[in-house]
Design a protein around this ligand. Structure first.
Ligand SMILES: Cc1ncc(COP(=O)(O)O)c(C=O)c1O
Length: 369
């Protein structure tokens, strides 16, 4: 049997027990609020992880690429939301999936896109200035809906994503972001209904707001993706603890620079990604927190810097901890800053037997667009 000592490093280790715990936590919360989950598969991009999320039911999912839509459709998923604004050139692939019986719904926020679409769509609403979308009270919302129906499309409803919740600080701000996300989405759906559109779908969500919502009246579904793995950004804003993180990158020590207090590894940003999402948080975790092979963090040891295929481990600035004795050839695990970005650097997961160093399976990831 393979163990964490065997595969060539760097590689991605996945703890399915933690995924299961993370999934149960969000499902329990959403069940209490009486709202359906439409998991975003962009984080794991894995049929095997999706099966942990929905117990094999192949229920509704959100995707971020048509490659994900095609892979999940081929595996039997039939209710798919493509939650990135539609480029008209991609409509051929959308129609091909719809012709095969997949209810693939697209996202748009302009009259131009609506006029080209000819397929069911959600209209993207901007709730916090994070990215695209139209304001809930903007009359263009109804213009978009009319353009969509005029060209044979169908107004399924509205979608908003509180992306700024990633920068929230503390429970109160997180609860406020969730409350605002809901209120904006419901207001936009009401505007469409007042103009004569059924707009049955009111889709909200991000991992922070999904967890901190206290009332989802009027919302039909919650999209969250990161919640399956969590990461140091999520721990930094208080959505999870380090013990919830399901992913780590296993790397090998390849040298030392005692003069600088560095331990060098074979895992650079190609293995962890260049994401520095904790750089704006109160506690910066640089490129990741370093753990031993059993997953216990070393005192104050960070992956402090990265080049393409080199990682530099060093103590957190100001730390009085002692640099651990890690000889050349020793392996350590790096907890990711941003799980979606770290996982995207790899083509598979090495699946851990929880509580041991044994690896029980390899799960492939969907790649490309
Ligand atoms: C449109 C949309 N919905 C949902 C999500 C899921 O958010 P999270 O990864 O915080 O769970 C994302 C993530 O970027 C998104 O872009």
């Amino acid at each position: 049997m393979s163990t964490l000592e065997h595969p060539e490093t760097p590689f991605l280790a996945l703890d399915p027990h933690r995924v299961d715990t993370n999934v149960r936590r969000l499902r329990r919360h959403l069940d209490r609020l009486g709202v359906a989950l439409r998991p975003h598969v962009k984080t794991a991009k894995s049929l095997d992880v999706a099966a942990l999320v929905d117990g094999g039911a192949k229920g509704p999912i959100t995707v971020s690429t048509l490659a994900e839509a095609e892979a999940f459709a081929a595996a039997g998923y039939r209710d798919i939301l493509y939650a990135v604004g539609i480029a008209p050139q991609k409509l051929g692939r959308v129609r091909a999936l719809r012709d095969r019986g997949v209810d693939l719904v697209v996202l748009l926020d302009s009259v131009e896109q609506a006029s080209a679409a000819g397929v069911p769509a959600l209209i993207e609403i901007d709730c916090d200035g994070h990215r695209g979308g139209v304001a809930a009270g903007d009359p263009v919302l109804v213009d978009i809906a009319r353009a969509l129906e005029h060209r044979g499309g169908e107004v399924r409803g509205v979608l908003t994503h509180a992306g700024e919740s990633y920068f929230a600080d503390g429970d109160e701000q997180l609860r406020a972001a969730a409350q605002h996300e809901r209120a904006v989405a419901v207001r936009a759906a009401q505007a469409l209904r007042a103009a004569g559109f059924a707009a049955p779908m009111v889709s909200v969500g991000s991992t922070p707001t999904a967890h901190f919502a206290t009332d989802l009246t009027g919302v039909s579904e919650v999209r969250a993706g990161n919640f399956v793995f969590f990461d140091l950004v999520m721990a930094g804003i208080g959505v999870c603890t380090h013990a919830d993180l399901a992913l780590s990158v296993v790397v090998t020590v390849i040298g030392h620079r005692p003069d600088k207090g560095w331990i060098m590894t074979d895992g650079g940003w190609m293995a962890t990604s260049r994401d520095r999402g904790t750089g704006r948080q109160r506690v910066d975790q640089a490129y990741g927190l370093v753990c031993d092979l059993d997953g216990t963090p070393y005192d104050d040891l960070l992956m402090a810097d990265a080049s393409q295929e080199h990682g530099i481990l060093a103590l957190r600035p100001g730390s009085t901890a002692k640099l651990p004795d890690l000889p050349v050839g020793a392996r350590v695990r790096i907890l990711p800053i941003h799980a979606c970005a770290t996982a995207a650097q790899h083509d598979r997961y090495h699946v851990l037997d929880p509580g041991s160093r044994a690896l029980t399976a390899e799960w492939p990831r969907v790649r490309g667009w």
